[in-house]
Write a protein that binds this ligand. Sequence first.
Ligand code: HXC
Length: 519
Amino acid sequence: MSDAGNMDLLRKQRDELRDEAIAGDPAGVARQRAQGKRTARDRLDLLLDPGSFTEIDMYRRHQAHGFKVGDNRPLTDGVVAGSGTIDGRRVFVYAQDFTIFGGSLGAAHAAKIHKVLDLALATGSPVIGLNDSGGARIQEGVLALDGYGGIFRRQVAASGIIPQINVLLGPCAGGAAYSPALSDFTFMVRGTAKMYLTGPDVVAAVTGERVSHDELGGADVHGRRSGVATFVHDDEESCLEDVRYLVSMLPANNLSGAPVPPRRDVVDEPRPRLADIVPAKPNLPYDIREVIAELVDDGDFLELHETWAANIVCVLARINDEVVGIVGNQPLVLAGVLDIEASQKAARFVRFCDAFGIPLVTLVDVPGFLPGTDQEYSGVIRHGAKLLYAYCEATVPRIQVILRKAYGGAYIVMDSRSIGCDLSLAWPTNEIAVMGAEGAVDVLFRKELAGAADPDALRVSLMDTYADELVHPFYAAERGLVDDVIDQADTRTAIASGLAMLREKRAQPAPRKHGNLPI
Ligand code: HXC
């Protein structure tokens, strides 16, 4: 055959293979849709800018043989991989295809994901995995396990260099769950996404406990109880829409800087509602998210772990166009105390922001750490230390705003001056102290109170003296622990000015292999 004839034949073969890969298995696609799930390609269409997807390894097939797999060698090997854009910005993606071997991962499937991770790291681009998989492909034995190991190793190597996002749109069983756990953000869709190390059958066999897939590892379990899911959604559309929103806030990598340059000018923008939102009495609740909405551009923010450790709130938002990470105590839940889970949640968020150069704004209204045997036995000291460590080591611009009360160790941990915040602002109503007036008087004047003719009157008078002398904003401001006492209404402007002041902040930590985070 002539060279031209040969080329035509190869082109025809390529086009046929391409059509076959894109069509997939029609019966499997129908089953997938019947379960309310989209195909891998439909999902990529929703996630990426139209027409931006470039696929790699479409013709890849597994090289396994024997044990119920040999003759069936579908194209793509159950994962659609490549690159595209979100709002014009480059991302790398892979989407597991449950219609092929249940999206399970064998050597070829894994090699495609390795390639995507390698390219994402080499080009400094975020990577997004859409997971829908039965886990390690049983027919490929140790090669499947080796494939997972290669993913985990690459994820860890890329951690803190490129943002990593995992989206669970179906099962994610066994050790495969470590991939979402190693990424920066995990999305789950209610009803279809499930994640567990061992499924309900194994649980029943080993422990005798009967539990459904959803009760064991559904989206709400990981959104509310385990904290493994960062975001939970009702459907695939809103989920993938929020992935796009998240990506719009993130830098491409740790060196690339913010997605949009921050505005240089700071306009005075008073927010008089702030004084109404936060009651002056320190023990009255309010929703810190209302405060955040007043402080950020257009009242828009993206909240992480909305229903897990809700006594602390972590959001990404923009102030004067600059993306910031905001951490705030939530007086609406458990009076805003710090506990084990709140410390873990905020610590991971602080470390993410620091790794990717996102400035931190910390809104403080905290009565202290949660007391009790439950917390102490479960290691609140160890877990609280994570948050302390995360703040101490963060070198991004850090602004602390003390809204109302800040007591004891929790004051220190919530980005106080002593652990390195760059700017500490306080509202005139704030109370910073080792403890509240009542507790302080009881500790210091126990004997005097016991011998007093009118202990209640003495207690009130001592509490007043304590408050006047020690618990007012100027006690800290006179000593340089608060940089300025600001009106509530001026908070947005003051934060924006602080961010502008700190924009060129540079910090070079001393060389070391790594610190020893109390994990
Ligand atoms: C090969 C698999 C598979 C797997 C599913 N399939 N999981 N093939 N390896 N791990 C195949 C099924 O045989 C079936 O093929 C098709 O995918 C669809 O699966 P169904 O069971 O019919 O679907 P469904 O009822 O929706 O149930 C989904 C499921 C279930 C819950 C995920 O398939 C399941 O429990 N799979 C096994 C999960 C598991 O234990 N995986 C290994 C975990 S250990 P046909 O031909 O019938 O359509 C692990 C180790 C990783 O992952 C270690 C890393 C450190």
